[in-house]
Design a protein around this ligand. Structure first.
Ligand code: NAP
Length: 282
């Protein structure tokens, strides 16, 4: 992106109506954890805005391919799905290489894959800690790194990370490790944004509150009252969100409409983080 000084006003070559700047026509995106839930909704949003999208998941080959087929159906004709485990650095590099070989480049990396493990802090095993941190923190770092190795020589790129409301609040669950992983992700976003700004690579995060995905569905059905107590009641909007409600933020962050924004975390939580602490206690 060229920066110009025009009659005392600093500007860039990003211009035109904001509705145009939101368009992602011609861009190539990769979404880790794109085979379902939040990642699939973000992938749909990026494709609707015009991007070709590569769906990455670890084991759900059919799930991933079904989403890719859906994206091809809405116009992202070169979209495809790949299996890669974000805890394995070499497989991430291979996924980026395959994307560049097939689609010519990678403009947008959405490092979204994440897992949760609910266990009281005093009972958490070393294996559980390592498994969670490997996906949620190491996986995000190496997804960003694999993308940046391709983006740095091009002198442009955009990285979006899925953080969580739980990076900011002790969310009422036995999730110390998960919450720490997401707080770590937020600091990674700030550091990577700072390091890579000179290469015109922006790095931002989206921090969702409780969102209806496969992670939450069964729990809501099995323990409706308890789930209502800590997922719904504390949110000022008095409901949980849907994955679709995050897609607009992903498109905004991926697009030139957010061209001066980097190192930030957008909290999208129905007002959960506005709520007085006592309303969050079970
Ligand atoms: P989900 O429905 O369980 O989907 C998780 C996705 O990540 C799947 O595509 C899964 O595919 C993939 N994945 C898991 N481990 C992987 C690995 N090692 N390598 C590659 N892909 C992997 O979860 P979700 O609710 O959409 O969550 C997505 C992100 O949002 C996570 O980072 C989560 O922490 C965050 N988040 C969720 C909520 C919420 O309320 N749902 C709130 C805040 C933040 P495979 O099963 O095939 O591996």
């Amino acid at each position: 992106m060229a920066v110009h000084l025009n009659k005392g006003r600093v500007g860039t070559d990003v211009c035109g109506p904001v509705t145009e700047r939101l368009r992602l026509k011609g861009r190539v995106a990769m979404v880790t954890g794109g085979s379902r839930g939040i990642g699939a909704a973000m992938a749909r949003g990026l494709a609707e805005a015009g991007a070709e999208v590569v769906i990455v998941s670890r084991q759900g080959a059919e799930e991933g391919e079904a989403i890719a087929e859906e994206l091809r159906g809405i116009g992202a004709k070169n979209s495809f799905a790949l299996l890669a485990d974000v805890t394995k650095r070499a497989t991430l590099d291979a996924a980026v290489d395959e994307t560049v070989n097939r689609l010519g480049k990678l403009d947008i990396m959405v490092a979204n894959a994440g897992i949760g493990i609910d266990v009281n802090a005093e009972d958490m095993t070393e294996d559980q800690w390592d498994r969670l941190m490997d996906v949620n923190l190491k996986g995000v770092f190496f997804s960003a790194q694999a993308a940046a190795r391709h983006m740095i020589p091009r002198g442009r790129g955009n990285i979006i990370v899925t953080s969580s409301l739980s990076a900011f609040v002790a969310n009422g669950n036995p999730q110390a490790c998960y919450n720490a992983s997401k707080a770590g992700v937020n600091m990674l976003v700030r550091c990577l944004a700072y390091e890579w700004a000179r290469h015109d690579i922006r790095v931002n995060a989206i921090a969702p509150g409780y969102i209806m995905t496969d992670i939450l569905g069964p729990y809501l059905e099995e323990f409706p009252e308890e789930a209502h107590g800590y997922m719904i009641r504390p949110a000022a909007m008095n409901r949980i969100g849907t994955p679709d409600e995050l897609a607009g933020a992903a498109v905004f962050l991926a697009s030139d409409a957010s061209s001066y924004m980097t190192g930030q975390c957008m909290v999208i939580d129905g007002g959960y983080s506005l709520t007085p602490l006592e309303n969050r206690l079970l």
